[in-house]
Design a protein around this ligand. Structure first.
Ligand code: IPM
Ligand code: MN
Length: 358
C-alpha cells in the first residue's frame, strides 16, 4: 500500500491533479498496486478555508505519506497579501523548504508526434531529451529579503543570493548521478563572470565532477544557455543550476516540447518526494476543463519512478501519453490543424484507455 498525499491547490490545479489521480488509479489496477490517496489543502484554497497557505494538518499529511502529488498555487485574489500568507511563498516555497526538497528535476523530451507543434523548427527540436536539475531550497528565492524606506522617498530593496559549499555539492551530485544513467554529460549553468556565488558554484561543481571521470562536465553562462536552448537544444543532456536560473530556463525549455503544459517535475532529496507540473494556476483557464493535464499526469509517472521505485508503471504512463498524441488528440495549448481538440477530462480518459489497452 502506497500512501499518496494529493494537494490540488488553486486555479487549474484541482482539474489537472484529478486526471493525474485517475491515471495513477488506472496504472494501479493494471499492475495490481494499491495506492491510497488523501487530499490536503494548500495555497489560496487553504488560506480561504483555514487562514494559512500551508496548514499544520497538510504538513502532517505530507510527512505521513510516501509521496506528494501537487497541483499549483496562487492567483490574483491573494497577490497583495504579505509574503508569509501568499500561496507561493507561504505555500509551495515553504513546503519545499520544510521538506528539504533541494533537487528539482524537470525533464524535457520532445514527443515525436508533437515536433510540429512548437514555435521552433521541427528539425531543431526533434530528438531533444534534456533534464534540468534545478537547486530548489537556496539561492535567490531563499536569501535575505528587505525593503527599507529611504529618507528622500522610495525604498532600498534586497534579495540576497546565498549558497553554501555543501548545498552546491549535494545538487551537483544529483546531477552527476543522473547523468551517469543518461548520456553522461553535465552542463553547469551560472553567471561566474559577474556573481561571487556563481564563481564558487563553478569551483564546487568542478571539484565534484572529478569524482565522475566518466561524465563530461561543461560550464555555461546563463545568458548563453538561454540562447543555446533555442539554437541547438540537442547539445544538452543534464543541466544543473541555481534556483532562479532553473525556474526561468525550465519554462523556456518546456517550449521545445510544444507547451508548458507538458512540463513535469520531481522535487526530491528531502523527507517526502513532491511531484508537480511546472506550470502555474492559469486563472484564465480555471473551471473550464481547458487545461492540459499531461504535465500533472507525467509528474505522477515521476512519482512512481522516484518515490515508489515503480519504473515499469512509470514507463507505462509515459508511453500512453505518447500514443494519445500519436492518435492526434490535442488539448488547446497544442492544437494544430487536422487534430482533434479535447478537454482536460477527455485527455485523462484517452490516457487511461491506452493504459488499459496495455
Ligand atoms: C515553479 C513556479 C514556482 C517557482 C512559483 C509558483 C513559486 O514558478 O514551480 O516553477 O518559482 O518555483
Ligand atoms: Mn516557474
Amino acid at each position: 500500500m502506497h500512501k499518496i498525499a494529493v494537494l490540488p491547490g488553486d486555479g487549474i490545479g484541482p482539474e489537472v491533479t484529478a486526471q493525474a489521480v485517475r491515471v495513477l488509479e488506472a496504472v494501479g489496477r493494471r499492475f495490481n498496486r494499491k495506492f491510497q490517496f488523501a487530499e490536503g489543502l494548500v495555497g489560496g484554497a487553504a488560506l480561504d478555508r483555514l487562514g494559512h497557505p500551508l496548514p499544520g494538518e497538510t504538513m502532517d499529511l505530507c510527512l505521513a505519506s510516501d509521496a506528494i502529488l501537487f497541483g499549483a498555487v496562487g492567483g490574483p485574489k491573494w497577490d497583495q497579501l504579505p509574503a508569509r500568507l501568499r500561496p507561493e511563498a507561504g505555500g509551495i516555497l515553504a513546503l519545499r523548504k520544510e521538506l528539504g526538497l533541494f533537487a528539482n528535476l524537470r525533464p524535457v523530451k520532445v514527443f515525436a508526434p508533437l515536433k510540429n507543434a512548437t514555435a521552433l523548427k521541427p528539425e531543431v527540436v526533434d530528438g531533444v531529451d534534456l533534464l534540468i536539475v534545478r537547486e530548489l531550497t537556496g539561492g535567490l528565492y531563499f536569501g535575505r529579503k528587505a525593503r527599507e524606506p529611504l529618507a528622500g522617498g522610495g525604498f532600498r530593496v534586497t534579495d540576497e543570493l546565498v549558497y553554501t559549499t555543501a548545498e552546491i555539492e549535494r545538487i551537483a551530485r544529483v546531477a552527476f548521478d543522473l547523468a551517469r544513467k543518461r548520456r553522461k554529460k553535465v552542463t553547469s549553468v551560472d553567471k561566474a563572470n559577474v556573481l561571487e556565488s556563481s564563481r564558487h558554484w563553478r569551483e564546487v561543481v568542478t571539484a565534484v565532477g572529478q569524482e565522475y571521470p566518466d561524465v563530461v562536465l561543461e560550464h555555461m553562462y546563463v545568458d548563453n544557455c538561454a540562447m543555446q536552448l533555442v539554437k541547438n537544444p540537442r547539445q544538452f543532456d543534464v543541466l544543473v543550476t541555481e534556483n532562479m536560473f532553473g525556474d526561468i530556463l525550465s519554462d523556456q525549455a518546456s517550449a521545445l516540447g510544444g507547451s508548458l503544459g507538458l512540463l513535469a517535475s520531481a522535487s526530491i532529496g528531502g523527507k517526502t518526494g513532491l511531484y508537480e507540473p511546472g506550470h502555474g494556476t492559469a486563472p484564465e483557464l480555471a473551471g473550464r476543463q481547458a487545461a492540459n493535464p499531461v504535465a500533472a499526469v507525467l509528474s505522477g509517472a515521476m512519482l512512481l519512478r522516484y518515490s515508489l521505485n515503480l519504473e515499469e508503471e512509470a514507463g507505462c504512463i509515459e508511453r500512453a501519453v505518447e500514443r494519445v498524441f500519436e492518435r492526434g488528440f490535442r488539448t488547446a495549448d497544442l492544437m494544430e490543424e487536422g487534430r482533434e481538440l479535447v478537454d482536460t477530462v477527455r485527455m485523462g480518459d484517452l490516457i487511461i484507455e491506452q493504459i488499459e489497452a496495455g
